[in-house]
Unconditional design. Structure first.
Length: 133
């Protein structure tokens, strides 16, 4: 018995990426959960203007940098590399198909993990009696 390996095509709610790219942004919103759908429908103009701005910058081979962390990722953005501001610096993110429906800010962390060091003077009872010198 010979098993044939078939590459399974990735889909989003039963639609392939090519089918999703043909859809209008409002039509794509129908496939999202209610919170994301509501965000796209209310902020349709800002999402569309962001996508157009990204497409223009790619045509001119410029880096896309943004502070808009609340933009929902739509199929037109898949494949782009966007630098998202995290409060201190711009963090480059490659947009892939699995990110559809999420917000840009989810992929640019604003906080670093805590790395605890040694306790300082006065942090413990035994170190409080030590001299400062």
């Amino acid at each position: 018995m010979v098993e044939e390996t078939q590459k399974k095509e990735k889909t989003f709610k039963g639609k392939t990426l090519e089918e999703l790219k043909k859809l209008d942004t409002r039509e794509f919103a129908k496939f999202l959960k209610s919170r994301q759908r509501r965000s796209i429908m209310r902020n349709f103009n800002s999402v569309e203007s962001f996508v157009k701005r990204c497409q223009k910058k790619i045509a001119r081979n410029k880096q896309i940098r943004t502070h808009q962390r609340d933009i929902i990722i739509v199929p037109a953005l898949v494949g782009m590399q966007i630098a998202i501001h995290n409060g201190k610096e711009f963090f480059k993110v490659q947009i892939v198909e699995e990110m559809l429906g999420h917000r840009l800010g989810e992929f640019s962390m604003t906080r670093k993990p805590v790395k605890h060091g040694a306790a300082g003077i006065g942090a413990t009872k035994s170190s409080s009696s030590l001299s400062v010198k």
